[in-house]
Write a protein of this length. Structure first.
Length: 419
């Protein structure tokens, strides 16, 4: 077998949103890098397929044209204007992302099958700075005596040895980069498991494509979701903490199908619905607490860094966002020829947690509060009667200081007293 040796500035393992985000911003900085991806695009990824405002933010910052491209393809992307929360007692609360929305305004978020979206991102990667290998099988990852990193992989009966001062783990939930360099174990408290199913002919979808989160009592603090996609397809799924699955011996598939068949709020909407693909599962590593996401010569991004929002289950936005910040950190490290744990912590971990640490902390608290169905029922009941409370909750999507209120007992006391 022929062996080819390559040297570059940074190696990225994985070309999902985290790897794509890193590559796009490395290209913008003119930094040569090599991407090693085990699949061939377009490839699927089990997901709810909902992209939030953070995804839109990173795309807009990279190239404002890209969002125009997305919103001009209704056959591939569905603009979404809000969320419907269904409390454990079955009462629902419609929350627009922008309560002051003017007609014709671009939606803050969208839904799109990952088969489409990840391929959209992948198509943006080719550049004079990015060398991309797909269908590549990584054989080993090691740190050399001179402090550089070496990755050996095979592709089409050829062996490649790539050397760089930095490696980026963008290889998702079961990250080989994380396992090689970080000796940590994901706690079951910070890990959820989800199932995804594609259906057609589900009825009573919101006219502005609000995504629906049904907090069913048997799934708390997880939920059942219904997310409308283009072409009359709907992404349906469940996400539950793995700790709960284990302790209650839950059969996730049975629980999801049971909700579709028997839940009084849901079953009539699936009366004529048809499953159009097989039901598939995947893990969700969540950012429940701050932990190291870099070390000597390596940086972790997206799911490899456990950055999924613990309340909403969103991970695409944080994958792209961490990719962007990772590229900025690489730029700094290369400029100063500093690849140590201490330098990368300052250049990457500290910057990332400064930007999204509070948001993750609030979501971790919200997830814990969701274990109390009465509290959820109470807030939804009150918000349905109070337009100002409903508007406050809407604004929480964009205003972090306002969202911080949700962590405080005084917020609930004020609702109780109608203030
Ligand atoms: C059931 C479910 C529902 C979800 N719903 C949503 C949602 O609605 N909205 C949302 O924002 N997030 C959602 N998420 C989370 C979201 O899917 C992830 O956070 C997101 O995919 C993370 O992107 P990533 O690039 O880090 O990882 P991935 O998307 O997993 O990409 C990793 C890439 O690395 C490649 N790779 C892996 N190992 C190797 C290797 N050894 N060598 C080379 N390449 C490798 C993979 O092939 C893949 O292309 C959901 C997750 C699940 C499981």
């Amino acid at each position: 077998m022929k062996t080819t040796q390559l040297e570059t500035k940074a190696i990225i393992i994985g070309a999902g949103p985290a790897g794509a985000g890193t590559s796009i911003y490395l290209t913008q900085a003119g930094i040569p890098h090599i991407i090693i991806e085990k699949e061939t695009f377009p490839r699927d990824k089990v997901c709810g397929d909902a992209c939030s405002g953070k995804t839109a933010f990173v795309l807009r910052k990279a190239n404002p044209q890209w969002l125009q491209e997305i919103f001009s393809q209704p056959e591939n992307y569905t603009p979404s204007h809000g969320i419907i929360f269904v409390a454990p007692n079955g009462k629902s609360l419609n929350i627009p992302y922008n309560p002051n929305r003017v007609p014709g305004e671009q939606a803050p978020g969208f839904t799109t099958p990952r088969m489409v979206f990840d391929n959209f991102l992948f198509q943006k990667l080719p550049s004079p700075y990015a060398t991309i290998f797909q269908q590549a099988a990584v054989k080993s990852i090691e740190r050399l005596d001179d402090g550089k990193v070496k990755v050996v992989f095979t592709k089409d009966n050829e062996t490649y040895e790539v050397i760089a001062p930095l490696i980026v783990g963008a290889d998702g939930d079961k990250s080989a980069v994380r396992k090689t360099f970080l000796n940590d174990h994901t706690s079951p408290k910070a890990y959820a498991v989800g199932l995804r199913a594609y259906y057609k002919d589900v009825t009573e979808l919101n006219k502005d494509n609000f995504i629906e989160l049904h907090f069913l009592p048997e799934m708390l603090p997880g939920y059942f979701w219904i997310f409308p996609l283009p072409n009359g397809i709907v992404n349906v799924g469940v996400g539950i903490l793995s700790e709960r699955i284990r302790s209650k011996k839950i059969n996730l598939r049975e629980q999801m199908l049971n909700a579709i068949k028997n839940n009084p709020n849901i079953k009539h909407r699936f009366a004529n619905a048809e499953l159009v693909d097989k039901i598939q599962g995947w893990g969700l590593p969540m950012g429940m607490e701050q932990h190291p996401i870099s070390g000597d010569n390596f940086l972790l991004t997206g799911d490899a860094a456990s950055l999924i929002d613990p309340f909403s289950g969103e991970g695409i936005g944080n994958a792209l966002y961490s990719g962007m910040l990772c590229a900025y950190a690489i730029e700094k490290a290369l400029a100063e020829k500093q690849y140590s744990r201490a330098f990368l912590k300052q250049a990457y971990d500290d910057v990332l947690y400064k930007r999204i640490g509070d948001e993750l902390k609030i979501s971790a608290t919200l997830q814990k509060l969701c274990r109390y169905p009465w509290l959820f029922n109470f807030v939804v009941n009150k918000a349905n009667k109070s337009p100002s409370l409903s508007k406050t909750i809407s604004c929480m999507f964009t205003d972090l200081d306002l969202r911080e209120q949700l962590r405080k007992p005084s917020f609930y006391a004020k609702i109780l007293l109608n203030r």
